[in-house]
Design a binder for this molecule. Structure first.
Ligand code: ZN
Length: 199
């Protein structure tokens, strides 16, 4: 694609645990405006710059039903994708912008480690259903529908939780969360202190 820089998306600040935006349920995106398209592009740029594979609007301080993903850089954790009834390579739908997603998790529960750009250097095992059926609209206003498994199903459920104000620590087993408690409290306090300074 062309190397034009005239519409180069800006990078956004990722808010950290303790920021109130992370607990807000996202409003439905009623219309895909140029502003929404620019936000999605900036979120993708911000996610890549931070080496993330998923980012929700709440994480850039916007409570909207909008999330972006790109798993093409992941080689050690497999994903499956069924698109139009056909097994497909996930690259076919990446980068992925999901607007107003409806997620139906299914399948056996699976446990695997997760991290989150709003929780730097904090990781923990999370149990989630191993598959998900997804319906959403993309940034072009096109309807998307697919089924997925593996890492893609996990990331989509993690991001969809963000859109509803739910964080991965809410789904951690008690003993794992207890182990992380000092780190979590430190991060929460640092975020609150930084917010106070900004006022
Ligand atoms: Zn997250």
């Amino acid at each position: 694609m062309s190397q034009t820089t005239q519409n180069e998306p800006e990078k956004l600040e990722i808010v950290k645990y303790g920021h109130p935006a992370l607990r807000q349920k996202g409003a439905r995106v009623e219309k895909i405006t140029p502003e929404i398209q620019a936000l999605a592009a900036a979120m993708l740029e911000t996610m890549r710059a931070n080496k993330g594979i998923g980012l929700a609007a709440q994480q850039v301080g916007r409570a909207l039903q909008l999330t972006v993903l790109d798993l093409r850089g992941v080689t050690d954790r497999p994903s499956t994708l069924k698109l139009d009834g056909q097994e497909s390579d996930i690259a076919a739908i990446m980068p992925l912008v999901l607007i107003n997603p409806e997620i139906k998790p299914s399948g056996e529960p699976a446990t695997a480690p997760e991290g989150c750009l709003s929780f730097p250097e904090i990781y923990g095992d999370i149990e989630r259903p191993s598959m998900a059926d997804v319906r959403a609209t993309n940034e072009k206003g096109q309807a998307l529908q697919f089924s997925c498994g593996g890492l893609l199903a996990r990331v989509i459920q993690h991001e969809n939780d963000h859109l509803n104000g739910i964080l991965f620590i809410d789904r951690m087993k008690r003993d794992i969360k207890a182990e992380l408690k000092p780190k979590l409290e430190e991060l929460h306090a640092a975020t609150k202190a930084a917010l106070k300074l900004k006022k």
